[in-house]
Every structure is written in C-alpha cells, then in structure tokens.
Design a binder for this molecule. Structure first.
Ligand SMILES: Nc1ncnc2c1ncn2[C@@H]1O[C@H](COP(=O)(O)OP(=O)(O)O)[C@@H](O)[C@H]1O
Ligand SMILES: [Mg+2]
Length: 265
C-alpha cells in the first residue's frame, strides 16, 4: 500500500479552517485542479478527528445523491439517506467537491440546508424536518470558471460560504518541498527543472496559448517516474508533453520543443 504523503500547509490554510470551524462559518476553497484542495480538507478533518463525508459533483449529480431515495424492499418502504442528510444527522464534516460543476436545481436544494437554520424539509420522505446535529461543518470547493464544465455559482449559494480560501500553484521552492514528500529518491535538480517546465506551461495556459495547465499531480508523477529509474527527459515527455497531442500536432510540437530545450536531446 502507498503511504499517503503528509500535507504541507504552505499558506496557512489550516489556521483559517480552524478559525472558521470555531466560528461555525462554512468555507469555500477556490483554485485550479491539483493545487491540494482535497488533501487540505482531508488533513483538516483528520486533525479534528472528524468523520468526513464527501460528494464529488458533476453534471450527473442528482438531488437524490444529497437527499436520499425511497426504496421498496419486500413491500416495506424505507428511506436511504443521501450524504447531505447523513452528515447533518451525524454532525460530521461534509466535503462538497467542485460544486460549480453541478446543475442548478441540485444546488438549490443545498441552499436550503446551508442557511442559518441548518435544516431541511425531507419532502422526499415523510416531510419531516432534519436539523443538523451540533458540530456539522461544510467545506466546498470550486474550480475557476476557465475550467471546462464549470458554471458560475449562484450568489446566494456563494454567500453560504463566507470564508474563502484561495489555493494557487505554490512558489517553486514550496512545490519542490511538496513533490519531495511524495517521492523517495533524491532528484532535486531534475524536479526543480520539471517545476520550471510546469510553470512555463501554466503561464502559457493562463494566457490561452496552450489548452492545458499541468498541476502538482504532474510534477509529483514526474518525480515518481524518476524513482522508477526513468530518465528525466522521457519522464517529462510522458508526463508533460504527450497530453498536448489531444489538441493536435502543432500544440504538441510547441511543448516538445520546450522539453528538448530544457532536458536536452
Ligand atoms: N500542500 C501539499 N502537501 C502535500 N501534498 C500536496 C499538497 N498540495 C498538493 N499535494 C498533492 O498533490 C496532488 C493533488 O492534490 P489534490 O488535493 O488532489 O488537489 P485538488 O483537490 O486541488 O485537485 C495530491 O497527490 C496531493 O497529495
Ligand atoms: Mg480534488
């Protein structure tokens, strides 16, 4: 089994989460993919010894995932709780991942539970009112609107999360520290080079010169391939270069030239 690397809290996010938790204010984490949003939340839940219920939102997420569904077994109707109801009843931590990729009607239902009364009417079941147990805490994430499939979050839902944490790609030296937590060998100088490459590609993607922005997942994967004995240049091509084939040969060649200039022929 792969040991989970510990989370490096490089921008004081844990402290902000702690303050929000104390004040019973729900939190929204905003940032591109692969910047550590999920690992931050897992680390925080662990530090609080809290049970974490997670929902990863997509266009296919339905109200029933949140609320629950009526089931009929041997003539008996029972109600299977969705994760929102479950976490409210448990008083646990609820992680709503990428809420801005869900359909608007699903989000409306969320809004009901998140208002100051922290309760929801179970019209799907017996019409009873579920009130969140003491300690219930919600953290949501959204990707910036440039990500495909993301929609603007309705302002009223946004206001349910008054504490907002921005997570961007870390500075170079910190990214090196993070990658090192995930790899075992010593390849510092090659990893620094890969981080520089990643930052060039991120900047190009930010101004829409390229269609894809590599995340920490890629710089970590690069380090892991080096651990496995692959050469830096081949690892760079495999992890950073080949993906651009998706947008055609010109895009791919552009990146491949950068890789060759940085990692040699
Ligand atoms: N600060 C950090 N400390 C340790 N690992 C990190 C950190 N930030 C990101 N990672 C690692 O980078 C990868 C992507 O992080 P993840 O939390 O899945 O990002 P996101 O949820 O923003 O897409 C994971 O392997 C994660 O462990
Ligand atoms: Mg995530």
């Amino acid at each position: 089994m792969v040991k989970e690397a510990s989370y490096l809290d490089w921008n004081n996010s844990i402290q902000i989460l702690n303050k929000a938790h104390q004040a019973d204010l729900f939190v929204l984490i905003i940032g591109p993919k692969g910047t550590g949003k999920t690992s931050l939340v897992r680390d925080f839940a662990k530090s609080k010894n809290a049970k974490l219920e997670s929902i990863n939102f997509s266009l296919r997420t339905r109200e029933s995932h949140l609320i629950g569904t009526k089931t009929l077994t041997n003539g008996t109707v029972s109600f299977e709780e969705g994760l929102l109801i479950k976490s409210m009843n448990e008083g646990s931590m609820l992680y709503l991942d990428e809420i801005n990729s869900a359909e608007a009607d699903v989000l409306l239902r969320l809004d009901e539970a998140l208002d100051d009364r922290r309760q929801i009417t179970l019209k799907e079941s017996t019409g009873e009112i579920v009130k969140a147990k003491e300690g219930w805490f919600v953290i949501a994430t959204i990707n910036p609107l440039t990500h495909s499939g993301t929609k603007e979050l309705p302002p009223q839902l946004l206001s349910r999360f008054p504490v907002r944490i921005r997570l961007e790609y870390p500075p170079e030296d910190i990214e090196l520290e993070i990658v090192k937590r995930h790899v075992s060998g010593n390849h510092d100088s090659e990893i620094v080079q890969a981080i520089k490459l990643a930052n060039i590609l991120r900047q190009a993607a930010a101004v829409e010169e390229l269609f894809y922005s590599p995340s920490l997942r890629e710089t970590i994967a690069f380090g892991k391939l080096l651990d496995g004995g692959m050469s830096p240049k081949e690892s760079a091509k495999i992890v950073f270069g080949n993906v651009y084939t998706q947008w055609g040969n010109i895009e791919y060649q552009k990146v491949n030239d950068i890789i060759t200039s940085m990692f040699g022929n």
